[in-house]
Design a protein around this ligand. Structure first.
Ligand SMILES: Nc1ncnc2c1ncn2[C@@H]1O[C@H](COP(=O)(O)OP(=O)(O)OP(=O)(O)O)[C@@H](O)[C@H]1O
Length: 375
């Protein structure tokens, strides 16, 4: 499924942050976050628990005060112009809490009274799409149904920007599907969507671009297509039989620059190249997928490779192989690539942080100083 609105505007960015930093006392929230979300985009924001997604969102919505840096939505300052911003934004928080004793219908009517438009038809339409019973008391609802109330509340005023923080938790697969269809519809209508999640398949499903956040810092901003086409490849090789030659081949690969997450269980050789196999997470998802495609009965090895493809082909040519497959890595593998612990790959992570910053800065500078949020 792809984002429906290809007419991304080149005007004022929907969201622009500039070295946005939030500290909780001395504790890290987010550091130097630079984001540039174009109007009309579905922009993913991914990272594990505690990475800083909710902090970024709450700072954008003016729910918490930034420590330093700048942030704007449609050119309006997130602190100073908060009231005007909130009229144009629909927000679905990761957890929804409501007053007890109210039916969904009354609660949504009350919430709608904050907007200068009649939202009743839209409330009925959205509730029907999500299968929400408006007559039920919210306190009697399941977690998933309470989440539906939150979705209707976030969308009923047809906002220009929709901010979703882990939106699908608690929704069953059928409702998730209806929800994603709804988001694509909203995007076709012209809405920009910021979609925070730690579930890659969701991001891949609807987003145009993604920012990856790690320990409070944005380490990469990529199009989903670009992430999938990244220089990293998943290589799976098959040997005619488990043999000392196969074990030697694995040792050769282990020593080769650019080889990571080497998984060679079937050969009985060392199952990993250093700590990469574990830390990158690639061994689980990758070897399973690749290894299954190598004929059964043969020993196989699977690894991620990033580097000169000629060097890879030359190395493989020197091995006695029965089969070889070079494939795009899964999004999961690409994602984990940005999450290697410091140490071996510390330089890579630092590089990615610089690259992300350069991409954002370049985008901002190229598109004119006027795009810097005014303070
Ligand atoms: N109110 C708070 N007081 C102190 N530290 C906080 C507070 N809120 C968040 N943090 C810290 O800020 C960092 C970022 O947290 P945040 O909730 O933004 O991450 P997240 O990516 O949204 O995680 P999750 O997916 O678990 O919601 C974490 O280290 C967290 O412990």
């Amino acid at each position: 499924m792809e984002s429906g609105n290809r007419g991304v505007s080149c005007e004022t960015p929907a969201i622009l942050t500039w070295h946005l930093t939030k500290r909780y006392g001395k504790a890290r929230g987010i550091e130097d976050v630079n984001l540039n979300v174009h109007e009309g985009e579905i922009f993913g924001f991914i990272g594990p628990n505690g990475a800083g997604k909710s902090t970024t969102i709450r700072t954008l919505l003016g729910l918490i005060r930034r420590t330093s840096g700048e942030a704007s939505i449609f050119g309006l300052d997130c602190d100073r112009d908060r009231t005007h911003i909130l009229e144009q934004v629909g927000y679905l928080p990761s957890e929804v809490f409501y007053y007890d004793g109210m039916r969904a219908r009354d609660l949504l009517k009350y919430a709608a009274s904050f907007y200068r438009k009649d939202c009743s038809a839209r409330i009925r339409e959205l509730s029907a799409k999500l299968g929400l019973n408006l007559d039920q008391k919210v306190e009697d609802m399941s977690l998933g149904n309470r989440k539906k109330v939150g979705i209707v509340q976030g969308l009923m005023h047809s906002p220009r920007l929709i901010i979703l923080d882990e939106p699908t938790s608690g929704l069953d697969p059928l409702v998730q599907r209806a929800f994603f269809d709804l988001m694509l519809e909203e995007n076709r209508r012209g809405a920009t969507i910021l979609f925070s999640s730690h579930i890659l398949s969701e991001v891949q499903r609807i987003c145009d671009r993604v920012a990856i956040i790690r320990e409070g810092r944005v380490v990469a901003v990529r199009s989903v297509a670009e992430m999938r086409r990244s220089a990293v490849k998943r290589v799976t090789i098959g040997f005619a039989e488990s043999s000392t030659a196969a074990a030697a081949a694995v040792r050769t690969l282990e020593a080769m620059p650019g080889v990571r997450s080497l998984n060679a269980d079937a050969i009985g050789a060392s199952a990993s190249a250093g700590s990469d196999a574990q830390s990158s997470g690639g061994s689980d998802s990758g070897s399973g997928a690749g290894g299954d495609r190598i004929a059964s009965g043969t020993a196989s090895a699977s690894f991620l490779y990033e580097g000169d493809c000629n060097a890879l082909i030359a190395a493989l040519a020197g091995l006695d192989l029965a089969d070889v497959e070079i494939a795009e890595p899964t999004l999961e593998e690409v994602f984990m690539h940005y999450y290697q612990p410091d140490g071996d790959s510390g330089e890579l992570c630092a590089l990615d942080a610089r690259t992300a910053e350069a991409q954002n800065r370049g985008m901002t500078e190229n598109r004119g100083a006027a795009e810097r949020p005014a303070r």
